[in-house]
Design a protein around this ligand. Sequence first.
Ligand code: SAM
Ligand code: SF4
Length: 331
Amino acid sequence: MSTTLTDRFGRIHRSLRISIVDKCDLRCTYCMPEDQQFLKRDELMTREEITTIARLFAERYGVNKIRITGGEPLVRPDAVDIVRDLLQLPVKLGLTTNALTLQKHLEGLIDAGLKSINISLDTFDAERFKKIARRDGFDRVWANIRMALDQGLRVKVNMVVMRGVNDDEVLRFVELTCDHPVHVRFIEFMPFAGNHWGRERVYTYGEMLGQIGSVHSFEKLDDDPHSTAKAYRVSDWPGTFAVISTVTDPFCATCDRLRVTAEGKMRNCLFARDETDLLSALRRGEDITPLIEANVRAKHALLGGLPPFKPEKQQEVLHDLSARPMVSIGG
Ligand code: SAM
Ligand code: SF4
């Protein structure tokens, strides 16, 4: 019998992100410190452990959306097998990737039944890509985005917009939705350990809409009740764009997401400071359902208990951040 994962504020959680590896073949400045230490292989959840945990969330708790993430999920040799396993569950499955090696895996992913993919791309300038990602790769990623579209996948492109870094490319990304049926999502730069966040570096939701509106007329689209993105469309264009405004207009009141890190730690919020070790309990043969339920109940009302991301609260926010960089949380 399925029961719901409800927190103390009555929010029901039906969406799960599972990180399958904390390593990455890029080193994006906003996500990963250059000297990041990675987990050892036996610390990662195995393919079977991932399926066991995912099945429990889906079948016992009615979780109906799962997203596989990382680190970079495609650096894990059994990534396609994991996708295939999770596609057997009664969930809508997605994958978030930097697409650097997607050409090697695309056929396998489509064969396994994957229908939609989120690809991160922050710039159309190869030199700028190298600065942001601290590695080369623009040509490969852009070719792979086009390949995924050609193969009929539903493609979302995630762009983290940072003031003075790539805010001058917002229109270029919107114009992608004229040429392709792609869903571009502009993400406000969020604070995580080691990513040199400052409130002044956040190019805001309001500024993005202002910049787009100065050139194109666009319409608001309906959002799913638990969506973190506010969606729009330039009239008659095949694609859409959306903004994820975690910093200036957070959506915690309707958040239904939970997370499991690559080493099997459960987090009830992207900004959580506390986590629950599911994997060790699972390996000891214990029932992990009381751990899962207690973790959900303890969720904070807003931003994992951090102060609002206002300029005057910047020092408090930076002081209270979780020790985990984004790359080891799984966005
Ligand atoms: N490697 C994969 C990728 O890049 O898509 C999956 C993991 S990555 C952590 C997931 C998403 O988090 C990416 O779209 C990335 O752009 C986003 N992200 C990472 N750090 C962020 C930050 N500080 N603010 C906003 N989004 C961030
Ligand atoms: Fe790697 Fe993705 Fe983080 Fe970039 S955003 S460092 S590609 S995990």
